[in-house]
Ligand binder design. Structure first.
Ligand SMILES: [Cu+2]
Length: 159
C-alpha cells in the first residue's frame, strides 16, 4: 500500500537521479587544432580548450589516436631558466571552469606518426576521462607560428 510519505521519497529519489545525469553531461571542446609537421618529423602537438559546465570537476586522463604510435599529455615548465616539456598524468577541468591546452603550456603530444600532418587534414582523437567517459573529437591541422613550433617540435621522446 502506498503512503504519501513513500511517494514523496520516490519523487526525491527521482530528482536526485535526474540531477546526477545532468552533472555528468559531456565536456565541450573549443578551438582545437593540431600542428602541421615539417617534412622529416614524426612528432607533433595538438591544442584545445575543454569547458566543463557541470557541477563536478572532470579529469582528462588520456587521449588515443589511430594515427599516432603514442600520445602523451605534457605541460611546459621553466627549469633552470629553460622552458622544458614534462609529462603529466592528467589534466583537471574544474567544475564550471575550463582547461586550455595551448602552445607554451599544457598540450597533447602525438608521437610516432607514419604520415606527416599537413594543413587541410583533420585529426581524430578520443578523449578519455577519469569517470569512464570517452569523447571523440576532430581537430583541423593548422600551421603554428615559428616560435611556438620550435618549442613543441623539438621535443625528444624516449621510451
Ligand atoms: Cu610536449
Amino acid at each position: 500500500m502506498k503512503t504519501p510519505l513513500r511517494n514523496a521519497l520516490m519523487a526525491a529519489a527521482l530528482a536526485v537521479a535526474a540531477s546526477a545525469s545532468y552533472a555528468d553531461s559531456s565536456v565541450l571542446v573549443k578551438g582545437g587544432w593540431a600542428r602541421e609537421m615539417p617534412p622529416g618529423t614524426v612528432n607533433t602537438a595538438a591544442y584545445f580548450s575543454l569547458l566543463n559546465h557541470s557541477a563536478k570537476a572532470r579529469v582528462l586522463i588520456g587521449v588515443s589516436s589511430d594515427i599516432a604510435e603514442h600520445t602523451a599529455l605534457h605541460t611546459t615548465k621553466e627549469v633552470d631558466g629553460v622552458m622544458r616539456m614534462q609529462p603529466v598524468e592528467q589534466i583537471l577541468i574544474p567544475s564550471h571552469g575550463m582547461a586550455s591546452l595551448a602552445p607554451g603550456g599544457d598540450h597533447l603530444m602525438l608521437l610516432g606518426l607514419d604520415d606527416r600532418l599537413v594543413v587541410g587534414e583533420d585529426v581524430e582523437l578520443t578523449l578519455e576521462f577519469e569517470n569512464g567517459d570517452v569523447q571523440r573529437i576532430s581537430l583541423p591541422v593548422k600551421r603554428g607560428s615559428a616560435a611556438s613550433s620550435a618549442s613543441d617540435s623539438a621535443h625528444k621522446h624516449n621510451d
